[in-house]
Design a protein around this ligand. Structure first.
Ligand code: ATP
Ligand code: MG
Length: 293
């Protein structure tokens, strides 16, 4: 039986399988390497992953993303409170002090814990791995950030168990990156140490590690992180800029409309990607439906 690795992202997840002395990234049902970490609840069914992302703009209040941010954190946690302000879905404090996510599902008001939501994401990833391997997948390794607390680690393990997985171990994302680099680097020095720094800017957080390599050896020399700096902060800066501009020039308050907020965020993310590859943006104008023309 193969051991499968899950890279659990705040925005998207990746499934990989160890085979033929290497690591293969598994493609999802859309032939993509990345699967959105999202669960979208509907009146007739729920959509997870790629299907969830497709329906999220139509149904923002019932589309739950950024589950990794909610995981294993008390509702009163100031960092969580800051995150909640930008989420389009409703979250309240549960009886145990942890967040409860409110959705409308199958025509009823329902609440879910972040562990239950993560279990849904993981069972979708399990299905992707099984579809690719044509075999049942139970044993797995799951990547987590270095800064995860004991509670957050336990929540990941619980979610995996609910999804019918047996996590053999949780793996720091920084170590996984370093290992992947080391496996494929064939010219590592025998005696000297080659030091390499890895910078992982994710959707919501950033991790940096420095790793020392020798042939057949890997040593994690140091690591650091910022739990609240990631790609979404660039999106947010652009979002605030355009929201203020729309208010000033067109007297439109996008904050009053959850769907408009989502569309503007999607457009800002696209803009960021264009700007990260180009010194200037080609002449673009915002079409109002979240697209640039
Ligand atoms: N070409 C690009 N230019 C700039 N930013 C990009 C580009 N491609 C992706 N991003 C940004 O990277 C972020 C997603 O990164 P990644 O997939 O590593 O996050 P994640 O693993 O899901 O989240 P996290 O590590 O916080 O759990 C998003 O904010 C996305 O907008
Ligand atoms: Mg990541």
């Amino acid at each position: 039986m193969s051991v499968v690795g899950f890279d659990l992202g705040n925005e998207s997840c990746i499934v990989a399988v160890a085979r033929q002395r290497g690591i293969d990234v598994v493609l999802n049902e859309e032939s993509k390497r990345e699967t959105p970490a999202i669960v979208c609840f509907g009146d007739k069914q729920r959509f997870i992953g790629t299907a969830g992302a497709a329906s999220s703009t139509m149904n923002p209040k019932n589309s739950i993303s950024q589950i990794k941010r909610l995981l294993g954190r008390k509702f009163s946690d100031p960092e969580l409170q800051r995150d909640l302000a930008s989420f389009p879905f409703r979250v309240t404090e549960g009886p145990d002090g942890f967040p409860l996510v409110h959705v409308r599902y199958l025509g009823e008001e329902r609440t879910f814990t972040s562990t239950q939501l993560l279990a849904m994401v993981l069972s979708n990833l399990k299905g992707i791995a099984e579809g690719n391997l044509n075999a049942a997948v139970v044993d797995c390794c799951i990547g987590i950030p270095v800064y995860f607390t004991d509670l957050q680690r336990r929540a990941v393990l619980d979610a995996a168990t609910i999804a019918g997985l047996r996590p053999l171990r949780l793996f720091h994302e920084t170590t996984a990156t370093a290992l992947a680099y080391g496996i494929y680097k064939t010219d590592l020095p025998e005696n000297d140490q080659l030091n390499v720094a890895f910078v992982d800017i994710g959707h919501a957080s950033m991790q940096v590690s420095v790793v020392g390599y020798r042939k057949g050896q890997l040593k994690m020399l140091s690591h650091t992180y910022d739990r609240s700096l990631g790609g979404r902060d660039f999106d947010e800066a652009l979002f605030k800029h355009f929201a203020a501009k729309f208010k000033e020039e067109y007297k439109i308050d996008v904050y009053q409309n959850a769907r408009a907020c989502i569309r503007l965020r999607v457009a800002c993310e696209k803009l960021k990607k264009v700007l990260s590859a180009n010194p200037q943006i080609p002449r673009l104008s915002f079409a109002g439906d979240g697209t640039f023309v």
